[in-house]
Design a protein around this ligand. Structure first.
Ligand code: NDP
Ligand code: ZN
Length: 351
């Protein structure tokens, strides 16, 4: 089969590989649509996961089951499925402890294009099919279904980590496709005000649609100072971080009220330490929590998140700004995600 692979750091291309084998609990899936992620950019051009040779890229897809293992109960060939980016081993001790995304070691629930070939290929392998796949709701657009792989669960996870409550004032730092889902998630959780940080006009428009009420540009001076001005010096109850760098925690803590919580899902690609401003962290006693996490995967979560789309509570169309048709456009879509033109939120390739 053909797959689009990372050949080494900074180099990619189409290669031939053997079609993956299906174990007793597994499924082999043919993509219906795939999406490009900022994480693919980090993996390929920044070596975020270390060097990988001839590893097929991609972890966001919707697909059709072509084969299932002898022990798989709930899926059969021909089923159209949602595929989470994170596919844990559900019988692991980490999963039993409530952290399935770390099954087999920290971050090891992330298997596609990390420990095994990803989804940018004619066929891909899904471990623990009953635990990880979900049926695609009737009538769902396969391109929208890709957004459920990673953007929705990750953006929403920042909201869960920040523990957003009714009436909270929430700061969302970063409004790319992930942060937009944090805006949407915070609105669904009952935030009274959502202050969004980003500059791309297309993202600002989409954020307004998802419920952002105020905007701050990180290019116009320190984020915390702008937030303090907007909130009359009070600060915010919660911060979701979906963009920025190790430096971003400093304004996040400064903008946060005592007793506030920060939920980070942003990948921190450089710098050895995160600076926590001592005084604004309440000299160690401010009850300002900092939590960071890889998105949870699994079937139950996929089904629940998909139900928000089916019921009309969550519209994923604004996320997909660039839809291509056919594998021939995959490389173009990948390069687009690297270059992030002003009109881009998320590129999807429908197969
Ligand atoms: P994008 O690059 O599309 O968006 C990043 C956002 O952050 C943009 O709004 C950008 O603003 C803003 N930003 C850039 N620099 C700064 C800064 N210095 N301070 C504040 N804001 C800034 O990324 P994605 O939405 O695709 O992904 C976000 C992150 O989430 C990535 O690091 C990705 O790897 C990570 N991720 C994490 C996952 C997890 O499970 N934890 C899963 C998937 C992704 P502008 O409008 O100017 O571009
Ligand atoms: Zn992703």
């Amino acid at each position: 089969m053909k797959g689009y692979a990372m050949l080494r750091i900074g180099e990619s291309g189409w290669i031939e590989k053997e079609t993956p084998k299906c174990g007793p609990l597994d499924a082999i899936v043919k993509p219906l649509a795939v999406a490009i992620c900022t994480s693919d950019v980090h993996t390929l051009w920044e070596g975020a996961l270390g060097d990988r040779h001839d590893m097929i890229l991609g972890h966001e897809a919707s697909g059709e089951v072509v084969e299932v293992g002898s022990e798989v109960k709930d899926f059969k060939p021909g089923d159209r499925v949602l595929v989470p980016a994170i596919t844990p081993d559900w019988n692991s001790l980490e999963a039993q402890a409530g952290y399935s995304m770390h099954s087999g070691g920290m971050l090891a629930g992330w298997k596609f294009s990390n420990f095994k070939d990803g989804v940018f290929s004619e066929y891909f392998h899904v471990n623990d099919a009953d635990g990880n796949l979900a049926l695609m709701p009737e009538g769902m657009d396969p391109a929208d279904a890709c957004i459920l792989s990673d953007m929705v669960p990750t953006g929403f996870h920042a909201v869960e980590l920040a523990d957003v409550q009714f009436g909270d004032v929430v700061l969302v730092i970063g409004i790319g496709p992930v942060g937009l889902m944090s805006v949407a998630g915070a609105a669904l959780r009952g935030a009274s005000r959502i202050i969004a940080v980003g500059t791309r006009p297309v993202c600002i428009e989409a954020a307004k649609g998802y419920g952002a009420t105020d905007f701050v540009s990180y290019k116009n001076g320190p984020i915390d100072e702008q937030v303090m001005e907007l909130t009359g010096g009070k600060g915010v109850d919660r911060v979701c971080i979906a963009g920025g760098t190790v430096e971003t925690f400093e304004p996040a803590i400064k903008a946060l009220k005592a007793g506030g919580k920060i939920g980070n899902v942003n990948y921190l690609g450089s710098g050895d330490y995160i600076n926590i401003p001592r005084v604004e962290w309440g000299v160690g006693m401010g009850h300002k929590d900092i939590r960071g996490g890889l998105m949870p995967g699994g079937r139950l979560r996929m089904e629940k998140l998909a139900s928000l789309v089916s019921s009309g509570r969550l519209d994923l169309h604004p996320e997909v700004t660039h839809a291509f048709h056919g594998w021939d456009h995959l490389e173009e879509a990948l390069f687009l995600m690297r270059d992030k033109p002003a009109d881009l939120i998320k590129p999807v390739v429908v197969i």
